[in-house]
Design a protein around this ligand. Sequence first.
Ligand code: HEM
Length: 406
Amino acid sequence: MSRCPFKPLLDFETFAQGTPRAYINELRAENRILWEADSHATGGHWLLFQQADIDFVLRSTDLFTNNFGPLLEDIPEDLLPEQQQALTFMDPPQHRKYRTLVEHAFRPRQMTAREPSMRAGAKDIIDTVIDRGECEFVAEVAIQLPMRVMFRLLGVRSADFQYVVDLTNTLSLADDPDFAENRTAGFVASMRLMDFGETLAADHRANPRDSMTTDVLNSELDGEKLTDREFGRFFNNLVTGGIETTRNTLAWAMVDFIDHPEQYRALQRDPSLVSGAVDEILRFRNPVAYLRRTAKQDLELAGEKIPKGGKVICVLGSPNRDPALFERPDEFDITRPAAATRRNYRTFGGGPHFCLGINQARMNLIVMLDEITRRLDNPRLLAPPKHARSFFMDGFKELRVGWDKR
Ligand code: HEM
């Protein structure tokens, strides 16, 4: 392993224009594992670049815990105990029991049932902007479908949409001063989302309606129904997991198609390419830059000694651009064989916490890209995109796009 000084990876400057793909390629070519100093309690973390090592860490729940969360920064001690009772912070076997309560809502069969209303939603989103010939793509288009789908599923009232979106922005983009004063403000926003979910559960008990919230509240865990607070924690995981990620992927898709107009036109000519195009954009621009796991005991990993409590950072974009896994990995090519792309990218993580919403995410992106390519010609940037300041979530806070009506 190299300990030579190197330009920091997990740093706002390095991520100023999004995930630094070329730099990650360089680091992967020369290192299997790399110790990087940071300003947090343990003084640093280990970066992992190889697909096999990342898979090993994400799957080895006997050696690595999720109890301290997927972010590099530590959760403040007063907030940690509550976070540890949420799905994303749990370890097996408790994790599996909780996950079972919600995963059925995102199975392929549910996607088929949900597709017509998603297509109607996509049509409405484009109807709203199309005649103007331009829009701020992130807020007016990219976030809209994932937000509407998730909120409708959970029975959130439309009057509350903006409040919940603001909290998810604060949580996911806490390092950007436009969204939060600091990372702690982001963790606090996460608690507010749990509060909102708790109130939503109480509202559903008082005014039962047909939603996933009602289903989850009626199900049982070890013979007991979930409390409103337990539901609130699920709510937090579902909205933060489902909205920002998909919005950023669609925004990147727009930027990459504008960079590659011939591929946009190819998709317009042959809409059957859309599913492969979605997998390619997920490979090319994984929005979640890394996942943290924490060593449960002293151990050895890729030849390095990691002490108990050591932080290991799985750099998800690294396998996605690894020439050992993909031909011409730095080229955006929507005609790649989709099954191999899906098998080899690590955009959705791995192991027991593998993204619960992958089917929903892919379907949102397919439906939106279908609608966009069918109705908008010659998309173009009207201003340089503004990246969000984050080295965890790769996306934009402003993307001004123009088009001709098709
Ligand atoms: C492009 C879109 C998406 C990306 C890139 C993405 C990525 C990820 C990743 C990397 C993880 C693993 C977290 C970890 O191991 O700590 C994850 C987990 C999760 N995702 Fe997604 N996600 C997306 C969309 C969605 C959607 C639409 C939902 C809505 C249901 C969702 C819900 C979740 C949940 C609840 C978890 C936690 C699962 C667990 O801890 O067992 N995600 N996602």
